[in-house]
Design a protein. Structure first.
Length: 82
């Protein structure tokens, strides 16, 4: 289609043809989803009463780690310790 060699890098072709790589397309689709559905997400100011410079950032809740997962995290830290 574009006359490129079979083993040539696609980086220049992506720029010339104005194609986003897969990871960039994924990030763009997530950002557009957040912009289109703001009611599905909370900001820091909606969760906490303190006024900080991150009031308008999205709130990311901490998740609880189950004891089984915690056991593997501790094991990996002990096993791979330098």
């Amino acid at each position: 289609m574009s006359g490129a060699e079979p083993r040539a890098s696609c980086k220049g072709l992506y720029r010339r043809l104005e194609i986003l790589p897969v990871l960039c397309q994924y990030i763009l689709s997530l950002m557009l989803f957040i912009i289109d559905n703001p009611n599905n997400f909370q900001t820091v100011s909606q969760v906490h009463e303190l006024r900080t410079r991150s009031n308008y950032e999205l709130f990311i809740p901490n998740t609880n780690v189950t004891p089984v997962v915690l056991k593997y995290i501790i094991f990996s830290e002990q096993y791979f310790k330098p």
